[in-house]
Ligand binder design. Structure first.
Ligand code: THG
Length: 371
């Protein structure tokens, strides 16, 4: 039986780079913010090895932007996140969860401050535009909220610095992690940020004119040829090693940021008004009931589940679920993220994982470095 195909209908929005992604051999796609996102080129293992050694161009246009601009822009952005956005300078990016009034995670975007009263919210896979428009309208805020014609192209991997220096200039080496500059590439204006969804280092180029997508891709490609550039995409193995959570897989509206370990990105109690203040204060006072953990699973190489797998204690009671899994060549082990009852969330805790209900494997809770 051949694998089911994904139909590229008009309802599945086109990215400005997808033609090149397909030409370069994208073998499979997923859907993210109603847009295609490639998920494998050669094999996950080969894509991973290349990413860790060379440089890749990723079509991540599906990381859509929600632009918030106007007198109440800062107030609106503050309202939807517990992170103190007043501390985000113009030119800086903040990773910040967007939460509802119960503290549930609506999304985990990067917030980009383009001006005192102008932001891009670079979203994960959920309809933040509608959430933000609803809040702005309901509160009668003096702000406009819309999706601009902006598409990120990520350049990731250790050789991305040499590539971008050749393409844009040596000054790009001075861009600090999670800061950006505004410049031009291939005759089109871009925001160039030092960020990206891998731990291998790199940049994200925010294209601001879809009609220039292939020109931008080709300029990056030309500069990358001497660095052995390939097309790539967010890689499951690499993101588990690095500890990057994926909204919709590892966390949803049913989880709050304190449970997911995102508490390290903000301090509760910022001066500005925010909708999840009481809910998260309560969680902080009472303590979390469940906890997302890094769980190392012993034994032969495993491939991750679509549905979740049960995590059990040594009495065989279900105490959590496994949400993402990949075998890591670097750690020579199966790495996973799991959400477990808080009582079982300490480093060194032994647990077992039900592999598709067929087999039980020993597992241990690790720290963020997988130790
Ligand atoms: N780039 C852009 N938009 C995005 C993503 C991206 N939108 C969707 C999704 N990815 C948002 N989620 C994340 C999650 C983690 C990080 C970035 C975006 C990340 N985290 C680092 C970490 O956890 O170590 C550093 C965070 C920090 O120090 O602030 O990079 O990738 N444009």
């Amino acid at each position: 039986m051949s694998a089911p195909k994904l139909v590229f209908s008009r309802r599945l929005r086109q990215t400005p780079f997808e033609k090149r992604a397909i030409e370069q051999g994208a073998k499979a796609f997923t859907v993210y913010n109603h847009m295609p996102l490639s998920s494998v080129y050669l094999t996950p293992e080969e894509d991973y090895a290349h990413l860790c050694e060379h440089v890749q161009a990723w079509d991540v246009a599906c990381e859509r932007q929600v632009e918030v601009v106007g007198k109440d822009a800062l107030a609106l952005v503050e309202l939807v996140t517990p992170r103190d956005i007043s501390k985000c300078a113009v030119g800086q990016c903040f990773y910040a969860p967007v939460c509802d009034e119960n503290g549930g995670i609506v999304n985990d975007p990067i917030i980009i401050r383009l001006g005192e009263d102008r932001f891009w919210i670079s979203i994960a896979d959920s309809d933040v535009l509608l959430w933000m428009k609803g809040i702005a309208y309901g509160r009668g805020m003096d702000v406009s909220v819309f999706e601009p014609d902006v598409s990120p192209l990520a350049v990731q991997g250790p050789k991305s610095f040499d590539l971008m220096a050749d393409l844009v200039g040596e000054h790009i080496r001075d861009i600090k992690f999670f800061w950006f500059i505004e410049t031009q590439i291939a005759g089109t204006k871009v925001v160039l940020a030092r960020s990206g969804w891998s731990g291998q280092g790199g940049f994200e180029i925010y294209l601001q004119d879809s009609s220039k997508g292939l020109d931008l891709w080709d300029a990056v490609w030309q500069a990358g040829e001497k660095y052995n550039i390939r097309a790539g995409c967010p890689n499951l193995i690499e993101r588990l090693e690095t500890g990057l959570l994926s909204y919709g897989s590892d966390m949803t509206l049913a989880d709050n940021p304190l449970e997911c370990g995102l508490g390290r990105f903000f301090k509760l109690g910022k001066p500005a008004e925010y909708m999840c203040r009481e809910a998260l204060d309560k969680v902080a006072t009472e303590g979390v009931k469940k906890k997302m953990v890094h769980l190392k699973i012993t034994g032969e190489k495993l491939t991750g589940p679509r549905s979740t797998w049960d995590v059990k204690n040594d009495q065989g009671e279900v105490v959590g679920i496994l949400t993402s899994l990949a075998y890591s060549p670097k750690f020579d082990s199966n790495l996973s993220f799991a959400t477990v009852d808080a009582a079982y969330g300490s480093f060194g805790q032994s647990l077992t994982v039900d592999i598709g209900g067929a087999e039980s494997r020993a597992a241990v809770v690790c720290n963020l470095k997988w130790e």
